[in-house]
Write a protein of this length. Structure first.
Length: 222
């Protein structure tokens, strides 16, 4: 009885103290955001734009900011594939950005339209050096041929990707690659991409101008 009574006598002020400290942390400007650390943008995404979308209040505790809402707003930037916002106590907000990376582009009167590995068209600007050009009738994110071409490029071995100048999609089962040295790789459909990737590089060591891997179990060179 005496022990439990003493415990109650100590517990009440202890709980009150915890509540007081919690309230101070929640409302105190001493825990306001003093630094924003942006990682992954690498110059592709303006940091000023990211900071504006974060909408960090000038005052108030870092504990009260809505990191999920912040990440969602940053992810609305077309060039951002994903974003994560974290609190780093006592006063830092860390933003980790995964930017979209072009795997193909296609030309219109407006300029070069960049497509990422998800087939998302996210920018109209000059394509980086080394990104292959897509040649198809109606290119765009909603186009089945465009999505098929992206699926092909996504599984190419890096050594081959560096050699590809353009990707031609006549149908979903008739996709070909034109290399920078003028040779052609007949890829066929986007199916069996891993098997085709395994046989195409050894095949390209042979003399020839047209390399057919559309049927990876029966490749040919012309």
């Amino acid at each position: 009885m005496l022990g439990s009574r003493r415990f109650r006598l100590w517990a009440v002020p202890a709980v009150a103290l915890v509540i007081t400290f919690a309230a101070l942390a929640w409302f105190s400007p001493m825990l306001s955001v003093r630094e924003v650390r942006i990682e992954g943008a690498a110059g592709a995404i303006p940091e000023d734009q990211v900071r504006e979308l974060l909408q960090i209040p000038d005052r108030g505790s870092i504990l009260r900011i809505d990191t999920a809402a912040m990440a969602q707003r940053v992810a609305s930037i077309p060039k951002v594939r994903s974003a994560r916002v974290q609190r780093v106590l006592p006063s830092t907000v860390r933003v980790r950005i995964e930017p979209r990376t072009p795997v193909l582009y296609y030309d219109t009167a407006e300029g070069a339209h960049l497509l990422d590995a998800d087939g998302i068209e996210y920018a109209i600007e000059p394509a980086p050096i080394g990104v292959p050009k897509l040649e198809t009738e109606k290119p765009g994110s909603a186009d089945a041929l465009t999505r098929a071409a992206v699926s092909v490029v996504r599984v190419l071995p890096p050594e081959l990707t560096a050699q590809v100048d353009s990707v031609h999609a006549e149908t979903v089962s008739d996709i070909s690659l034109t290399l920078r040295d003028g040779r052609t790789v007949l890829w066929g459909s986007s199916e069996d991409g891993e098997r085709k990737s395994a046989v195409v590089l050894p095949l390209l060591t042979r003399p020839g101008s047209v390399f057919d891997v559309s049927s990876p179990s029966l490749v040919t060179v012309k």
